[in-house]
Design a protein around this ligand. Structure first.
Ligand code: CP
Ligand code: NVA
Length: 308
């Protein structure tokens, strides 16, 4: 097995400089979408997408990114492959590495992604696990680079402290932003992720706070981020979560208490009128759809990094 290969499993594995460089490169690639120097990077190379959960953005942006970098894509139906059921995670990895050049994997437990990455000599990209969504956070980083360049930001995450929240928190810590989580008791981000972010902040100058009081946190917010209250795989809890999260809705009243030009984002898909109201998601404050487009550009930059 090669010791040279690189993966993107979480942003903890990347330095501040590497993250800044990927964002800079993504902006350059975006400016010259069809005429940049990377359009043949994946010539004669194949990327495999295996998604154990539904997806719109991640699937189409990776498929388009690999195609526009000159590569070929195979979209595998996860039930047909059975990673860890039809055969072991390790055996799937050992087969794929002999034929293709890149694996993009969306799954539930983060440990399964780590096992796949450990067992293969080709790059593995996290397309979302229950714990992390690094590509989303990088797209947020690119979106902030465009909307608020070179600015230390107060970022408020309202909602559930799971995958998207964790990755936005790691990105903010790495880039030296001030990150505040506000969500209901029992749904805060895991203490070990928070503690690792605090260690990163000691170097970067950023900060991380966790609170259950959204309305006290809002006045300082320059960016408000949210995500669904019920993530994929938690559908049975939807009704209970709707009651628990109701005070954490991102709506017009909340926006009016934040800083004047507050930006609002969401990883999407949004459950309109649940975690975010349409009058906010469709307002001039919202950069959610720009961020969705930026998935394409930043993922090209990630692939350039992994293959260079
Ligand atoms: N934001 C995001 O990852 O969207 P999909 O689940 O549609 O890929
Ligand atoms: N937290 C959401 C993010 C979807 C992109 C989920 O895991 O379903």
């Amino acid at each position: 097995m090669s010791t040279q290969k690189k993966d993107l499993l979480t942003l903890f594995d990347y330095s501040t400089e590497q993250i800044r460089e990927m964002i800079r490169l993504a902006a350059e690639i975006k400016a010259r979408r069809h005429s940049n120097q990377y359009n043949k990077l994946l010539d004669k190379k194949t990327g495999v997408l295996i998604f154990e959960k539904p997806s719109l953005r991640t699937r189409i942006s990776f498929e388009t990114a690999i195609y526009e970098l000159g590569g070929h894509v195979i979209n595998l139906a996860s039930e047909a492959v059975g990673v860890g059921t039809r055969e072991s995670v390790e055996d799937v990895a050992k087969n794929l590495e002999r034929i293709v050049h890149l694996i993009v994997f969306r799954t539930f437990g983060h440990g399964k992604l780590e096992r796949l990455a450990r067992s293969s000599s080709i790059p593995v990209i996290n397309a979302l696990t229950d714990s992390h969504h690094p590509c989303q956070a990088l797209a947020f980083g690119l979106t902030m680079h465009e909307a608020r360049p070179d600015t230390k930001l107060n970022v408020l995450f309202a909602g559930d402290g799971n995958n998207v929240c964790n990755s936005i928190m790691v990105l903010c810590a790495k880039l030296g932003h001030n990150f505040t989580f506000a969500g209901p008791k029992g749904y805060e981000p895991d203490a070990d992720v928070v503690n690792r972010c605090l260690e990163v902040c000691a170097q970067s100058g950023g900060s991380v706070k966790v609170t259950n009081d959204l309305h006290s946190a809002a006045p300082d917010a320059e960016v408000i981020y949210t995500d669904v209250w019920t993530s994929m795989g938690q559908e049975a809890e939807a009704q209970e979560r709707r009651k628990l999260f109701i005070d954490y809705q991102v709506n017009r009243a909340l926006i009016e208490t934040a800083t004047r030009d507050v930006l609002v984002s969401h990883c999407l898909p949004a459950l309109r009128e649940e975690e975010i109201t349409s009058d906010v998601l469709d307002s001039a404050h919202s950069v959610a759809f720009e961020e969705a487009e930026n998935r394409l550009h930043i993922q090209k930059a990630v692939i350039v990094h992994l293959f260079s």
